[in-house]
Design a protein around this ligand. Structure first.
Ligand SMILES: [Zn+2]
Length: 390
């Protein structure tokens, strides 16, 4: 069983690439997904030699990106101010090369509050016409040019196993976990889907070219959500409202046409990024939760030959949910597309030896082709060592 792990650049920077890579190799890790473009956050780092509570910078990059690489993009990568002088991706690749560990570029793309606030013309626009402060629209030319430039730069300048794309499409759901985010209403799966779809002018124009009236779908979505909230449907049985396949629920609610539209758009964007990666001599993988893949209406059966693998975030506390979640996606994916299960090794997930073994066993039994642990920096020394005992 192949084991990979997510690593944050500040751990490479402070602990040293040689030390991190050799330690991970000793416990059986064969690939590292290093965050090279990442969002902000506040993290507790049990074993980082410099930081215990770390405030990561929002929307910055950790790799070398010469100006000419982004000449076709109006959005330019913002280098981390803490590590501006260092190319942490190159340091990791250099350290990994001699001990046979593969390095992949883990790339957070459109979930970027710096871009969304500086370029409100690019921000995802919700059904009410309000701009998302964390996410830019995947359909906009400038957003696509940015992702394309990033793929081509990473693929052509670095010796990578692959580029893992995160948030390269529509937002994965309405609940985000922003600072002091509180809703006070029940956000049903359908409501989450509708509130994380973009209704900007470009999306409406794109839909019109395909013969779909997105502006009308927006009106229907507004009235559906009004009805869901004002009629407080299913408030006595919220589990009932959350059960079932989201695509079936959307069909029942009259949004099958919106699903078809998103399927087509996302399929086209993925095809373009696949071509960019091929041109740059590499391949892409995509990472997300099952909900995120559903929100983007991925046609799993069409992914063969397009992606190197699908990295499924299965961060659940109980092994049964891990198993069911992986099984559900695995059965829809073509056999030729590897499914790599993301197992969270920090509290309250697989944070001790027995939970870790159980989580991995469940993932494998559900058809996972390999495991990718999340993540090195948040995990304790003890649980990292336990990977070697699986
Ligand atoms: Zn849009």
């Amino acid at each position: 069983m192949h084991f990979g792990i997510y690593v944050h650049p500040w751990d490479i920077a402070e602990e040293g690439a040689d030390k991190v890579v050799s330690r991970l190799s000793r416990v059986g890790i064969e690939s590292i997904n290093l965050a090279v473009s990442y969002h902000g956050g506040r993290f507790f780092l049990p074993h980082n030699p410099k930081f215990k509570v770390y405030n990561a910078e929002e929307g910055v990059t950790y790799f070398g990106s010469p100006k000419e690489c982004f000449k076709n993009s109006s959005l330019k990568p913002v280098r981390s101010s803490s590590y501006r002088e260092r190319d942490l991706l190159k340091e990791t690749i250099d350290a990994a090369r001699n001990i046979g560990v593969t390095v992949n570029a883990w790339t957070v793309c459109l979930h970027n509050a710096v871009f969304a606030s500086a370029r409100t013309d690019l921000a995802v626009e919700n059904i009410y016409g309000e701009k998302d402060v964390n996410f830019i629209c995947p359909v906009k030319k400038d957003s696509k040019n940015y992702v394309t430039s990033m793929i081509r730069t990473l693929g052509s300048q670095y010796d990578l196993g692959e580029i893992e794309l995160e948030s390269a499409f529509f937002p994965s759901g309405f609940i985000h976990g922003s600072h002091h985010e509180v809703f006070g209403v029940r956000v049903s799966p359908v409501m989450s889907f509708l509130l994380s779809t973009c209704f900007c002018a470009d999306c409406i124009a794109n839909a019109k070219e395909r013969g779909f009236d997105l502006a009308f779908a927006r009106k229907r979505a507004i009235s559906f959500i009004q009805d869901e909230i004002m009629n407080i449907k299913n408030t006595n049985s919220p589990d009932l409202a959350s059960s079932g396949n989201i695509l079936d629920l959307l069909e029942e609610a009259g949004f099958g046409d919106l699903v078809s539209f998103k399927e087509e758009i996302v399929g086209n964007i993925l095809r373009d990024y696949t071509e960019d990666a091929t041109d740059a001599g590499t391949r892409i993988s995509i990472v997300g939760t099952s909900m995120g893949f559903r929100a983007n209406c991925f046609r799993f059966k069409n992914l063969a030959g397009k992606i190197k693998g699908l990295d499924l975030v299965a961060y659940f506390q109980d092994s049964k949910t891990i198993k069911n979640n992986i099984f559900e996606i695995r059965r829809e994916l073509p056999d030729s597309v590897p499914l790599r299960a993301g197992i969270n090794i920090s509290y309250p997930y697989a944070f001790n030896a027995s939970r870790l073994k159980e989580a991995v066993r469940s993932a494998v039994s559900a058809g996972s082709d390999s495991i990718i642990f999340y993540n090195y920096g948040w995990a304790t020394d003890g649980i990292i060592d336990e990977i070697g005992n699986i």
